[in-house]
Design a protein around this ligand. Structure first.
Ligand SMILES: [Zn+2]
Length: 432
């Protein structure tokens, strides 16, 4: 099966940051075979994207897909009130069927917004993996694990579920699905749990997804309790010998940064929308970049950030970082696009490069060259500063179109949407 994309503008994100005009992309058996002008179209299905900008698919490197069911449940309130009065009580009522339908609804929105791969962390993740496996999107899924001091890690249901998840779903569909283990956060877990998770990650050769240093208070409390900062303690427990996807990283100490630099494979996931909306703090990305730390982006749960729009996430990241560093040249548009492609794939432990070059998976999206995209002196800058994700018209994973012009090829949009709305209504009593 061969497909030829006829692209008006092609942002390859290759090593030279090549932007090609009026070029074709030939796709065969899910892989990019050739790029060039006027390629031979014999035996090809042709997709006319001459009025589009085409780029590698976006990676949402940190979210909690089922939590979309709590979108707009409680906005504009402090983090502790949001958690204690609204989200946590509502979560007590969430069923496996809610989780399945909400995860599917999240995938509808993510595909609509050009996301071809996402990293998820939530409870009952085997239910999520099963749902994801029917859609064709790539995902790295982790079961969210917390542990109280009186609990033995080996006895926790979430640890058992995590091992089930890894055994049943890791590398499903030739790597379409991957699994990680997790440490929900340093403050919600114990040293015994960290050692247990380090062993699981090493045994199965997988990564560890976590929330890290999201608020100043949690880091202060942690240091008061243990005498050292979180990553220093994680290093001692063996956690940093595996790949780490750490969401937030807003209040890393110098000791943490030293530990991250020594780590086997440490990736910071920046989530500016949820950080700023909750006033929980914000990472200074220059401090991380100066240490050579890979930085990817995430939307976080849509119950806190409200949107899966990665272009919006990148614009927020850019504007805030320029503002706090006083450096308008920091994070240029092309580098921001890499944060949402190549860097996200690295954080997921994937071999894919997030480039449109021969040999790579054809994970490709198209954006209409319409409002906000003209003139196109710098198409990458247009994508960051004047476009939004609703301009995406096509999302393809491994050469298979999953979304195009309002239609989904692998998900029953009406069924999922109606069922999602019906189930969401049950949570109305927890709303602000
Ligand atoms: Zn999160």
């Amino acid at each position: 099966m061969k497909t030829l994309l006829k692209c008006g503008c092609l942002i390859t994100l290759d090593e030279n940051s090549s932007v090609l005009r009026d070029s074709d992309v030939l796709i065969e058996d899910g892989k990019i075979k050739e790029i060039g002008k006027n390629l031979n179209a014999e035996d090809c299905g042709i997709i006319d994207l001459s009025s589009h900008t085409v780029m590698p698919g976006l990676v949402n490197a940190h979210t909690h897909s089922p939590m979309i069911i709590f979108r707009s449940l409680a906005d504009d309130c402090p983090l502790d009130q949001w958690l204690n009065k609204h989200i946590w009580p509502a979560e007590k009522e969430i069923s496996n069927d809610d989780i399945r339908i909400a995860a599917l609804y999240s995938i509808l929105e993510m595909l609509r917004y050009g996301i071809t791969s996402f990293s998820d962390m939530y409870r009952h993740s085997t239910v999520i993996a099963e749902a994801v496996s029917t859609t064709g999107i790539k995902a790295t899924i982790a079961d969210s694990i917390t542990c109280k001091p009186e609990e033995k890690p080996e006895d926790l249901c979430s640890v058992k579920e995590c091992i089930d998840l890894i055994r049943s779903w890791n590398n499903y569909g030739d790597g379409l699905l991957k699994t990680d283990t997790s440490i929900q956060s340093p403050w919600q877990t114990t040293p015994a749990l960290w050692e247990c998770i380090a062993r699981i990650a090493e045994e199965y050769g997988i990564g560890i997804h976590m929330h890290l240093a999201e608020t100043e208070k949690e880091v202060d409390d942690f240091i008061n309790r243990y005498g050292k900062s979180p990553l220093v303690m994680f290093e001692k427990a063996g956690v940093l010998q595996s790949r780490i996807s750490a969401a937030h990283c807003s209040f890393l100490t110098d000791d943490d940064l030293d530990a991250a630099s020594r780590a086997h494979s440490f990736h910071a996931i920046h989530d500016p929308a949820s950080n700023m909306k909750m006033c929980s703090g914000l990472a200074n990305l220059k401090r991380l970049a100066e240490r050579g730390i890979n930085i990817a982006v995430g939307t976080d749960g849509v119950c806190s950030s409200n949107s899966y729009d990665i272009f919006e996430t990148l614009k927020l990241a850019s504007l805030v970082q320029k503002s706090i560093t006083g450096d308008p040249a920091f994070l240029p548009a092309m580098e921001l696009l890499r944060m949402a492609t190549a860097n996200g794939l690295k954080a997921q432990g994937r071999r894919e490069k997030g480039m449109i070059v021969p040999g790579q998976d054809a994970d490709i999206i198209a954006i209409s060259n319409d409002t906000g995209m003209i003139p196109d002196f710098n198409p990458a800058a247009n994508l960051i500063y004047s476009c939004n994700a609703s301009h995406v018209t096509m999302t393809m994973v491994r050469g298979r179109i999953l979304y195009k012009d309002g239609e989904y090829m692998t998900i029953d949009k009406e069924m999922v949407r109606d069922e999602f709305i019906r189930r969401a209504r049950r949570f109305r009593s927890f709303a602000l």
